[in-house]
Design a protein around this ligand. Structure first.
Ligand code: GAP
Length: 464
């Protein structure tokens, strides 16, 4: 049973230190969120799982970390300055402002009227100014990147030559992106500052691009499964031609059931797009249009690729799986949410996070906090586990309460130190999901836990 709605997660997230509303002491900042002690661990674990899966476990992907602020010309030629727009309309009655494509039945979502202004484009790139310049100096204008992808394209040649790569190969990047969303909302689903995990997979212009889109869709379905997301809660949306981004010939969105309580429960978790050779050619100095005119007179590089076997030079095509960290975290939290009733008839929340994602892997709990030998042994066990996994020590309540607290934040194992531990050098290890307990020797504890914390195996990638 996943979470019944996003609000259930919002309240758990705040109560237990995953996500807080940002700038709360000043009344908040619309749709901005801060990740707390457990939230930052969960985000890091998602990003690390992704990086390990793509960059370490495959042989055909490199990683980079490019700047957030790039030369403005990147956004001119990528098409974002001209086309990265939302269409805005205002309600003449209540003065509310909305995205035109989100209006249902031509009715204002605030007041129900149908009296609209003309729709007009609104560029959603966040602007800033570089250097100590006058407010109106147009040459100082810069943007916070709206996607991490462009930082990859402009580094294609650097990576390819430095790492002596041959096609096909991918470049992965994870980092912050910014969009001046007209209607942010639904917790961390749509915010103006968010994180992306993007990979540009470069292939020959004669590759079977549509099949490669399907291949990456399958790979990601498998990966989301390894994070504990049920396949039943994912849905594939073939983006219709008229809705495709300016660079895409085909896009499949993987949607997640973020709104189980609604008639239309799906929202985008990620997209997998065939971006053609649009980006590499548009940033290249040698590419010309039908009349022989350079399409990019500002570029100083040619981002083409020489294919040794065919002795041909071309601009590689790109298959792009683009996922959001925050949307993955929200899907993971919603899918992990469950409730269980104990012997006393009390309902407990259990966050059945995949062990690799759990913010805390083991909680060490002394059964008697007034017994210095037990406390000492529990703290020593915590310290001995620290170098290999994230462990915490807690003695701030009775054992039932301590278990319940750890269940609610998804800690896979609770380790109890009791009187008998002093005699037999063993502890009780309690499993979060089954509540079953087993007695384990302290000397074997680290290995016992590590074995059970191993990531769920993802099938090895098929060769492309
Ligand atoms: N480079 C292609 C690209 O950026 P996108 O579909 O616009 O494609 C990719 O974004 C992913 O980034 C989305 O599927 C979503 O997970 C995440 N994302 C986009 N805008 C977001 C926002 N305002 N808040 C949170 N996540 C967002």
């Amino acid at each position: 049973m996943p979470a019944p709605n996003i609000d259930t997660i919002v309240s758990l997230a705040k109560r237990r230190g995953f996500v807080f509303p940002s700038s709360e002491v000043y009344g908040g900042l619309g749709s901005a969120w801060d990740y707390g002690p457990l939230g930052v661990e969960l985000c890091n674990n998602v990003k690390q799982a992704w990086w390990r899966w793509l960059v370490y476990e495959r042989d055909d992907v490199e990683g980079i970390d490019s700047s957030i602020i790039l030369n403005r010309l990147v956004w001119k030629y990528s098409g974002h300055e001209a086309t990265f727009n939302d269409w805005l309309i205002d309600c003449r009655k209540c003065k509310g402002r909305f995205r035109a494509d989100k209006i249902v039945d031509n009715k204002c979502p605030s007041c129900g009227a149908s009296d609209w202004t003309e729709a007009r484009p609104f560029n959603t790139m966040l602007q800033t100014k570089l250097g100590a310049v006058a407010d109106d100096d147009p040459t100082a204008l810069a943007y916070l990147r709206p996607e991490t992808a462009q930082g990859i394209f402009i580094n294609f040649l650097n990576v390819q030559t430095a790492m002596r790569r041959k096609l096909p190969f991918g470049i992965a990047q994870v980092g912050k992106s910014f969009r001046n969303e007209v209607t942010p909302g639904n917790f961390i689903l749509r915010t103006r500052e968010f994180e992306q995990m993007e990979m540009e997979y470069f292939v020959s212009p004669t590759a079977e691009h549509s099949k490669l889109v399907d291949y990456w869709v399958e790979q990601y379905l498998e990966w989301f499964g390894s994070l504990g997301i049920d396949r039943e809660n994912l849905y594939l949306y073939e983006v219709p031609k008229e809705e495709l981004a300016h660079y895409s010939k085909r896009t499949v969105d993987i949607m997640y059931r973020y709104f189980p309580e609604r008639e239309k429960p799906w929202e985008e978790l990620m997209g997998i797009a065939w971006r053609t050779d649009f980006d590499l050619s548009i940033h290249s100095k040698n590419k010309v249009d039908e009349e022989g005119k350079r399409i990019n007179p500002d570029s100083t590089e040619d981002l083409s690729y020489f294919d040794e076997p065919t002795k041909q030079r071309f601009y590689p095509h790109v298959i792009e799986p683009a996922a959001g960290v925050n949307r993955t975290v929200l899907a993971v939290l919603m899918d992990a949410y469950s409730e269980k009733t104990n012997d006393k008839g009390e309902t407990r929340v259990i966050l059945k996070l995949s062990p690799q994602l759990a913010p805390i892997k083991a909680a060490i709990l002394p059964l008697a906090k007034n017994k210095p030998e037990i406390v000492g042994m529990a703290k020593a066990i915590k310290r001995s586990l620290q170098p290999v996994l994230r462990a915490v020590y807690d003695d701030t309540g009775g054992i039932g309460k301590l278990y319940a607290r750890q269940d609610e934040i998804g800690t896979p194992f609770c380790i109890t130190v009791d009187h008998q531990s002093l005699e037999d050098e063993a502890v009780t290890v309690r499993n979060r999901d089954t509540w079953e307990q087993e007695r384990i020797k302290v000397s074997e504890l680290a290995e016992h836990l590590q074995k059970r914390l191993k990531p769920y195996p993802v099938a090895p990638p098929e060769t492309i």
